[in-house]
Design a protein around this ligand. Structure first.
Ligand code: 8IG
Length: 263
């Protein structure tokens, strides 16, 4: 049996071979709305997920499904454009395979981005928010066995401060991961708010747990693409979510680019 770590090592070896970079320094997972950031840097190589051990092409509109290696200053940065979501039913190991691959490739910093719903009425669609902490509402974990990982500071204070040194207006909040794929009911959004959530989404938390277990320093950034269900009385549509991402694309790409240059 191949363990998840062995499969990640195979993917990392394939990435080293295909990109010509024996190691990478930083990994970025691009969620809904964030893809523009990968275009700002000279591309070393692009590898379709289909050609990497353990990866599968994503089925969600707005997610492209390839790994891109770029050079940022003196650092090699790998961009995962598209992610496996828990709701795809491929299991939690598949969800965190990118994260383990990044660790196996030598990365020490992981940037997790997503599009999500916002509970704070001051966050208009298109507002980027730093993730300060999370609620794991998936009733799942990527960890198996007696692996008592400390989650006191999942989302690095150093990296949040670095982000705010670039954009002092950045707010931060608690991100709650629901399984999806359906959006929440208004009652579920109220529940999440009572539990302490400011952001609701369908990714990031399981990945962040795997990242901490692998020793990675994590920066989490959400793009609020919509008010969470029930906040405005409007219904949620995936097309509008994608449009909000497109409209905010330039600002958040610039933000992410500036962060990567400062790492
Ligand atoms: I984009 O409102 C996006 N993803 N769970 N709720 C959840 N996921 C999301 C939402 C949302 N918007």
């Amino acid at each position: 049996m191949t363990t998840p770590e062995e499969l990640a090592q195979q993917a990392a070896d394939a990435i080293a071979q295909r990109t010509g970079n024996p190691t990478h320094d930083v990994a970025v997972v691009l969620g809904s709305g964030w893809s523009g950031a990968a275009d700002a840097f000279p591309v070393t190589a692009e590898v379709p997920y289909a050609e990497l051990p353990g990866f599968s092409a994503s089925a969600v509109a707005g997610h492209s499904g390839a790994l891109r290696s770029v050079r940022v200053g003196t650092k090699n940065v790998m961009f995962f454009s598209g992610r496996t979501h828990f709701y795809e039913g491929r299991g939690v190991a598949a969800v965190v395979h990118s994260v383990r691959t990044a660790a196996a490739a030598g990365c020490s910093v992981l940037v997790l981005t997503n599009g999500c719903g916002g509970l704070n009425p001051e966050w208009a669609p298109g507002t980027p928010v730093l993730i300060a902490d999370h609620l794991n509402l998936t009733a799942n974990t990527p960890l198996v066995g007696a692996n008592f990982v400390d989650l006191t500071e999942v989302y690095s204070r150093r990296l949040r401060d670095l982000a705010r040194s670039i954009d002092p207006t950045l707010d931060e909040g608690v991100y709650a991961q629901f399984i999806g794929p359906q959006y929440e009911t208004p009652a579920e959004v109220r529940m999440a708010g009572i539990l302490g959530a400011d952001l609701v989404g369908m990714s990031t938390v399981l990945e962040a747990i795997a990242a901490k277990a692998a020793g990675l320093e994590v920066l989490g950034m959400s793009l609020v693409t919509n008010a969470a269900a029930g906040m405005t009385g409007e219904a949620l549509h995936h097309a509008e979510v994608l449009q909000a991402g497109k409209d905010a694309g330039e600002r958040i790409a610039g933000l992410l680019t500036a962060i990567l240059e400062k790492l």
